[in-house]
Design a protein around this ligand. Structure first.
Ligand SMILES: [Zn+2]
Length: 110
């Protein structure tokens, strides 16, 4: 069994928590945390800091910002589309008028 010093355990706490440590490191850290009050305290502190970063409040904020950004993008797109539709209708109306005019003028040319 590998005996880790407190320094090493504190260094490895982050990968231990993220489950990125190898099996033997993981077991050694776990063993040390069981026996060492200081490192357990440090681990708990580290754990609570990490959880604060992922608090639902912050997460919602992020989602809301993301949503607002998507919403803004979407409304800009819709606005552009509306302009395109209006422009398209105007072009179509002009074309219709032209078609009517041309068909009205045709008999005169004969
Ligand atoms: Zn320790």
């Amino acid at each position: 069994m590998m005996n880790l010093t407190c320094d090493i355990v504190m260094d490895l706490v982050s990968i231990y928590k993220d489950k990125l440590a190898s099996q033997s490191s993981y077991e050694a850290i776990e063993e040390h945390l069981k026996e060492c009050h200081n490192c357990r305290k440090y681990y708990k502190q580290y754990d609570s800091i990490n959880q604060k970063e992922l608090e639902p409040e912050n997460h919602n904020d992020y989602l809301q910002n993301d949503y607002m950004q998507k919403y803004t993008e979407l409304s800009v797109k819709l606005n552009n589309r509306r302009k395109l539709i209006v422009a398209g209708m105007a072009v179509f109306a002009c074309a219709s008028v032209f078609a009517v005019l041309i068909s009205a003028l045709k008999p005169c040319k004969k």
